[in-house]
Ligand binder design. Structure first.
Ligand code: FES
Length: 160
């Protein structure tokens, strides 16, 4: 589970191997996100300070690339594919079912902090379409009914 808050000193360990220049912003944001699971405001500010890049630029990079997340994710991240192969086989219905069951829209986290829902364009397992991934586990050949079963099996489970 990613740590929820910045701990002074810890982020500096991540920064130190990179040159303190604006060219380091993207790789540093990737490091911070890998470590904490998202980019907290205080970590964005520290990256800006370290790289001598304006905060607005660091924030702009963090919001431009979909790989970056600005809020703390739920315990499990559900990535549902809406790529071509999955779309042809009903991915839209799978997404609708997920939204309905979790009562959230894409990019949101359930009130209990259990699931975050994300939409992706391909999971690299098109032969299993329509597919989704929960944490690092792939679930394929989904139907609306299977979505409920998959969520139920993950609810309350520890993070993979
Ligand atoms: S299009 Fe869905 S896994 Fe490739």
């Amino acid at each position: 589970m990613p740590e929820s808050t910045l701990q002074a000193g810890t982020i500096d360990e991540l920064l130190r191997p990179f040159p303190p220049s604006p060219a380091s912003v993207i790789p540093l944001l990737q490091q911070v996100q890998t470590r904490y699971g998202y980019l907290a405001p205080e970590n964005l500010a520290r990256v800006a300070e370290y790289t001598h890049a304006p905060r607005s630029r660091v924030y702009g990079v963090a919001t431009f690339y979909s790989q970056f997340r600005l809020s703390k994710p739920g315990k499990h991240v559900v990535r549902v594919c809406q790529g071509t192969a999955c779309h042809v086989l009903g991915a839209e219905k799978i997404l609708d079912e997920l939204k309905e069951m979790l009562r959230i829209e894409e990019g949101e986290t359930t009130a209990d902090g259990e699931f975050t829902l994300e939409v992706v364009r391909c999971l690299g397992c098109c032969s299993l379409a329509p597919a989704l991934m929960i944490d690092n586990e792939t679930c394929g050949r989904l139907t609306r009914k299977r979505v409920g079963e998959v969520l139920a099996s993950w609810r309350g489970k520890d993070r993979a």
